[in-house]
Design a protein around this ligand. Structure first.
Ligand code: BYC
Length: 319
């Protein structure tokens, strides 16, 4: 059995007392690594998540929809930036994190490997994907690592707007003509199960949950959050007059929750391992954007260097 050191004991006591851990505090190496893994996956998900929706910016049905979608996609870029910054406080370089994404070594959310086939998908993503993200991320505002918790506060405020813009698209379509209703139903059919998969493997198949709960990185388990999501979303689907594509979905009087059908975990792991419908396309688009943005990074670095030299020269003059 591994020996628990005094430092580890003191660290766990701070966690148990609900204190926030800050970048310069002592932390177990595994805590640091777990956070780098989770925060960087989260950051990657935000910037890869821009791609399926970016695909519809030029085809939004009117100016108002276009402005809202554009703002949402830009927010996601911002979320990626806060999260990469939070991750860098753990002593890893952004360039290295991006290399891990572009080489296929780092994961990002499975959900963004599905195609966006119709305008209704913008509604379904906002409603379901952002809805799932809120369920997962609101508790992260109280995660034990300070910079991550603080970044999540703003992210969650923006996610709420994203969820509403999606639900409003679904509401408009579901109150529209037959073709529009069908489009909304079809989007729900395609996005429902992948949204449930976003919460990660079932608790008894999740290698990281127990330790992350003990360190209060995660405040709820994958299954707990998935259940909360189902319970919150079913009445919303009913209000839209749409049918959730699960014949086993039913209210359980005893538990006060909805029971739902079995998730296809083969599909989930297949997507996570890189074989989903759009994995290759997403990575290709990301690498291309990174290469084409090289001049912006170079210019920003050159500007920063120039400023540093000027400040140094001014300091020498004063001395
Ligand atoms: N996709 O032991 P587990 C958003 C991996 S929303 C891909 O349960 P953990 C957005 C997991 O990484 C999406 N991989 O892990 C919304 C682990 O692999 P490794 C981003 C997944 O970390 C709208 C393995 O499976 N949100 O941002 O305790 C628009 C075993 O899993 C997935 C976040 O990242 C998945 N769905 O729990 C734009 C939230 N699920 O690394 C953007 C923060 C699991 O051991 N993250 N895996 O090889 C979390 O809360 C947790 O990391 C997870 C997984 C619940 C996702």
């Amino acid at each position: 059995m591994e020996k628990v050191t005094v430092l580890e004991e003191q660290f766990q006591a701070r966690i148990d007392a609900d204190e926030r851990i800050e970048p310069k505090d002592w932390m177990p190496e595994k805590y640091r690594k777990t956070l780098i893994r989770q925060i960087s996956q989260h950051a990657h998900s935000e910037i890869v998540g821009m791609l399926p929706e970016g695909n519809w910016v030029t085809r939004a049905p009117n100016l108002r929809r276009k402005v809202a979608l554009l703002a949402k996609v830009q927010d996601e870029a911002g979320h990626g930036l806060y999260l990469y910054s939070a991750c860098e406080t753990l002593g890893i370089d952004r360039e290295e994190l991006l290399d891990q994404l572009h080489s296929g070594k780092a994961k990002y959310s499975s959900i963004f490997n599905y195609p966006t086939l119709s305008w209704a998908d913008m509604g379904a993503i906002g409603w379901l994907v952002d809805g799932a993200a809120i369920m997962n991320q609101v508790p992260l505002c109280r995660t034990s690592y300070g910079p991550y918790a603080r970044a999540m506060v703003r992210v969650c405020k923006e996610e709420s707007f994203h969820q509403r813009q999606g639900y409003e698209i679904m509401l408009t379509l579901s109150r529209g003509n037959e073709a529009q209703k069908e489009m909304a139903q079809d989007a729900l059919n395609r996005w429902w199960w992948p949204s449930l998969m976003m919460f990660g493997p079932a608790d008894d198949e999740s290698p990281n949950t127990a330790q992350s709960m003990a360190w209060r990185i995660k405040r709820f388990t994958n299954d707990e959050l998935r259940q909360r999501f189902v319970d919150a979303t079913v009445p919303q689907a009913e209000f839209l007059g749409l049918t959730i594509p699960d014949p086993d979905l039913k209210w359980n009087e005893e538990t006060g929750q909805y029971d739902f059908g079995a998730i296809d975990w083969n599909e989930f792991w297949n997507v996570v391992k890189g074989n989903g419908p759009c994995n290759r396309e997403r990575l290709r688009a990301r690498r291309k954007a990174h290469d084409e943005g090289a001049w912006v990074r170079d210019a920003a670095m050159a500007y920063a260097e120039k400023r540093r030299q000027r400040t140094e020269a001014a300091r020498e003059e004063v001395a």
